[in-house]
Design a protein around this ligand. Structure first.
Ligand SMILES: [Zn+2]
Length: 974
């Protein structure tokens, strides 16, 4: 049933062309969300991403904006090539993933050996599911990034950058997948997203004419080396460096690379861990595997320090990670907490000492100071370990100790007096000069490694850092470009605001970016056709393409030359140029929609996609076309675990729609977390959401029942409201509209629904309970209030649950589409805090009586109610004027104005309200006697007692009336 209703409305919207947005006289709003990379089916995580802009788009349309919400498919890149080839190879894991998780029918599966078919298949799937979700997309602008006209657009973009000297050729370290034969970005990864590339220095320690080559961040500590660490449980190999280039292995791909650097004479043998070979061989082109070497035979022997020529023993350590650096570590116990504690551990490990016969050697080792630090001893590592109470090598606090000491020595350390050459220099300066000198003397090399391991490509291969030759780079390191980009950031709205500093950080931190690839789908570099433009580069300014896509996708791509795009996007028109009507119209459409008002995307893309978006806009477009706003999303969890298609931990969106209907899915996704928070799909809660939505749907029937006739929301009979409780309902309704509107303005979908759905439902429940005796009599004011609530409620929920709202609107007399209605405007005059307070007083009295009944274990028969005397209200008013809980001032002023002759009573009361001031929100004096009299029936019915309201205190046998304070009448129970 739900599905039929949803389909019916989707078709009606479609037939009415409601979401086809063309320029008109209205104010425009252009919103986009990251276009998907359709290499698999859409899951509920994607559902949240694409529902947020739809809700906002619908909300803004109701506010009268001309809203453009388009969608395209980002099919550029290598991942589908890998998927296709694994399906061709009948890789069981991939086949199962596509059959079981992505639910590809058996007869379709064999067709996925064609990467083009994969993107076609899944972009169609995305399109259909998005339609089933009821998204208000202008589908006329749909495109794939491999469309010929899009390629023309990207070529133009790259030529613009090249003309501005922002593209260069060079050799750079990049994240690389040896399996795919391609550089990889964060979204090509299964694991290791966010790992950065660090530069390390490899130092050569000689043994038998060969070298152990531990890598370090801190070459200056070479003077403090005491020993080397090798892991006896790891396999090590010998490699030849600097042999004949033609014999090198694994370089099949880059045949035409010229040899640089090392010449024949530099031939060296290095000993490294087998696991580090993959990474190092992608950086040193001439590495050649020779054979295995047993680390146990090296332990206990000595290597020569390349700077001091001292001999250091090689010692065993389990903490040495074979994947990091070269799988070897040189030990500086004075300045590296890990080395210090490893040495302590070894000194106490008699078994190990005996096994390698190390007892004598180890007992002689003493930490050697290199850096002087104020307030630290000669062995700062020891100080930090003692301060943080690090117990052993396995203690997690060890990392904290390492980081702390690294930071302090980096910023405040001075090289100690006894160190030759650089005594007295700052650590940072000495580090650079020592590194340069050692490299110059051929005692060290630069290498790169990931900041965190492992980094695993989507294809399953471990990533490496590769030095790419003759690669094309975008110069994100360019200072002028960074300045412009920061300007762009400064004029943008960023939601949530705390993300702004992340952008600022990434703009500063970004280095040159490898923008070309050898393999994949996409656009070729216009000036070097052996290279393809990679997917993070061809997806930076495509929002501009949406504005004109409906025209140019049918045009002959040959017409779409640079001149065309320059005219449309940059207004580069010569005086004697006469624009064809077509080009003129295209240009006008771009000028109407651009700049982009909002761009929505995920928070893990801040450092690349979203920053690049700003970089490219800032340098290609004039300032008045720069993006105006950005909303950054959190992640999706499934029953508390991270959602991941490749791990099978997902629910497909199509399945969720099948099970619950699109509106329940939308409502759950929008109400369980704000867009920037992580949300958690929990089935139990989704079912709860479904029930609430059903309650909303049935609400109209309830009013119909009360009225005993059909309701016509288009023609509600207005009745003047006299009773406080009716005014209260209308006041609450306006308050909820107000809060929801403010929340939606800043994309707080959860807050908006809290106010307009959950809290408003509570208000309605309360109102219907309070008026239950009136409902029985078909009271016209109640029917009016409830009908008004219904009409407004359908409108406020229309952006969130559009199908349900259309259906309700339609069946209860609404004309046209509800989503074409005007968004409810709240009336500040109808939001009455005093009425809110009045209702609170009544609820509290009922609660108090019930509470006393519980305590005394009997039902009260008579309840006497006493209200606060005039002078207490005056003290409250005074306190409110003073504005802070200042007892002295409140008492002083009260006495001065002589509010009460009994000074003791006065000051006691002043003290009391000072304590309660912040709790009790003072909204002015209310007529408590009238309020109570109006609700006397209700209070009596609820408490089951006779209620007597006293205007004076002539009957007060237990002297209770003195406890009455404003908003909190005193009770005497008989
Ligand atoms: Zn790969």
């Amino acid at each position: 049933m739900t599905k039929e209703i949803e389909k019916k409305w989707q078709k009606r919207w479609d037939d009415a062309k409601l979401f086809q947005s063309d320029p008109n006289e209205k104010e425009k709003l252009f919103i986009t969300v990251a276009y998907p990379y359709p290499s698999g089916a859409m899951h509920i995580g994607h559902g949240r991403t694409y529902t947020v802009p739809d809700v906002y788009a619908r909300y803004k349309r109701m506010q009268g904006y001309n809203v453009l919400f388009p969608m395209g498919w980002h099919v550029t890149g290598a991942p589908v090539i890998g998927i296709a080839s694994r399906i061709r190879d009948k890789d069981p894991w991939t086949l199962e993933l596509y059959e079981k998780v992505h639910k590809v029918p058996k007869e379709e599966l064999p067709k996925l050996i064609d990467p083009e078919y994969i993107v076609k298949y899944f972009s169609t799937e995305y399109h259909n599911v998005m339609s089933d979700m009821g998204y208000s997309i202008d589908w006329r602008r749909e495109f794939r990034t491999t469309d010929p006209s899009y390629k023309k657009f990207v070529e133009w973009q790259l030529k613009q950058l090249k003309a501005q000297d922002l593209v260069k050729k060079g050799n750079h370290p990049v994240k690389y997948c040896p399996g795919c034969g391609n550089p990889i970005g964060d979204h090509d990864l299964l694991e290791g997203e966010g790992a950065t590339i660090n530069e390390l220095t490899l130092l050569k320690f000689e043994i038998d004419g060969k070298y152990l080559v531990p890598a370090t961040f801190r070459p200056e500590t070479i003077y403090g080396a005491t020993n080397l660490w090798m892991n006896p449980d790891v396999s090590y190999i010998e490699v030849e460096k600097g042999g004949d280039i033609k014999e090198k292995e694994g370089m099949k791909e880059d045949k035409n690379i010229e040899k640089e650097g090392d010449m024949e004479g530099d031939r060296e043998i290095w000993i490294i861990s087998e696991k580090s070979y993959n990474n190092l061989s992608n950086q040193f082109k001439d590495l050649k595997k020779l054979g295995n070497i047993n680390p146990k035979e090296l332990i206990g022997r000595f290597v020569k320090n390349p700077v001091t020529n001292t001999l250091h023993p090689i010692l065993p350590a389990s903490f040495v990670d074979p994947e990091y650096g070269s799988g070897e570590v040189f030990s500086v116990p004075a300045h590296a907490p890990a080395d210090y504690i490893a040495l302590q551990d070894l000194k106490n490990n008699l078994k190990l000492l005996e096994e390698y016969n190390l007892g004598k050697i180890v007992s002689k080792i003493e930490a050697l100071n290199v850096v002087t630090l104020k307030r630290y001893s000669e062995i700062p590592a020891k100080d930090v370990i003692e301060k943080l109470q690090v117990k052993s090598q396995e203690d997690p606090k060890l990392e904290e100790a390492t980081n702390e000491l690294y930071k302090v020595e980096h910023s405040k350390g001075i090289i100690s007096e006894h160190i030759p050459d650089c005594a007295g220099e700052r650590v940072v300066d000495a580090r650079e000069s020592i590194k340069e000198k050692m490299i110059g003397d051929d005692l060290a090399e630069v290498m790169y490694d990931f900041s965190a391991h492992p980094v695993i490509c989507r294809c399953g291969t471990h990533g490496v850092v590769k030095i790419m030759d003759n690669q094309w780079f975008l110069k994100y390191s360019d200072e002028d470009w960074k300045v412009k980009t920061r300007e762009c950031l400064a004029q943008e709205n960023i939601i949530p605001p705390e993300i702004r500093s992340n952008f600022d950080y990434y703009i500063g931190w970004l280095e040159d970016w490898a923008c070309s690839r050898r393999i994949g789908l996409g656009t070729k570099l216009p000036w070097d056709s052996q290279w393809l433009i990679e997917p993070l580069t061809d997806s930076t300014i495509y929002m501009a393409y949406y504005t004109i896509a409906k025209y140019i996708k049918t045009m002959d791509p040959d017409i779409l030359d640079d001149e065309f795009f320059n005219k449309v996007f940059l207004s580069e028109i010569n005086e004697n140029d006469s624009l064809s009507d077509e080009v003129k119209q295209i240009k006008e459409e771009f000028d109407y929609w651009y700049p982009l008002d909002w761009r929505l995307s995920a928070k893990d893309l801040v450092g690349n996609h979203l920053s690049f978006h700003m970089f490219h806009h800032a340098t290609i477009f004039p300032k008045n076309k720069w993006p105006q706003g950005m909303v950054v999303f959190g992640m999706g969890l499934l029953e508390g675990n991270k959602m991941s298609s490749s791990k099978g931990n997902v629910i497909l969106l199509s399945q969720a729609i099948e099970d619950y209907g699109a509106d329940v899915v939308r409502l759950f996704l929008m109400s369980s977390a704000e867009p920037w928070q992580d949300f958690d799909w929990r089935e139990k809660e989704v079912i709860g959401t479904k029930r609430r939505l059903e309650w909303f749907s049935e609400f109209a029937d309830k009013i119909k029942e009360i009225k005993g006739a059909n309701i016509n929301i288009n023609n509600i009979e207005e009745v003047p409201l006299e009773r406080e409780i009716d005014k209260w309902m209308i006041s609450q309704l306006n308050l909820r509209i107000k809060d929801a509107t403010i929340a939606l303005e800043s994309f707080q979908t959860r807050k908006a629904l809290q106010d307009s759905f959950f809290l408003l439902k509570k208000d309605i429940d309360h109102y219907m309970y309070r008026t239950k005796h009136l409902i029985e009599t078909k009271d016209s004011a109640v029917i009016y209030a409830l009908s008004t609530v219904l009409k407004t409620w359908i409108k406020i929920l229309a952006p969130f649950t559009p199908h349900t709202c259309e259906e309700l609107w339609n069946t209860h007399g609404g004309e046209g589409f509800v989503i074409e209605e005007q968004w409810p405007i709240f009336n500040e005059d109808l939001i009455d805090v005093k009425i809110e307070k009045s209702e609170e007083i009544i609820q509290n009295i009922v609660k108090d009586i019930k509470h006393i009944n519980d305590l005394t274990k009997k039902d009260a028969e008579k309840v006497h109610v006493y209200t606060a005397p005039e002078w207490k209200w005056k003290v409250y008013e005074l306190a409110d004027e003073i504005g802070k809980p200042d007892i002295g001032q409140i008492i002083g002023k009260s006495i001065k104005t002589n509010l009460n002759d009994n000074k003791k009573e006065l000051s006691e009361f002043a003290k009391k309200i000072t304590r309660e001031m912040t709790k009790t929100k003072y909204v002015g004096k209310v007529d408590e006697i009238a309020i109570l009299n109006n609700a006397i029936e209700f209070i009596s019915e609820e408490s089951g007692a006779e209620i007597i309201i006293h205007e004076d205190n002539s009957y007060d046998p237990k002297n209770k009336s003195k406890h009455a304070i404003p908003y909190k009448p005193a009770l005497y129970i008989e």
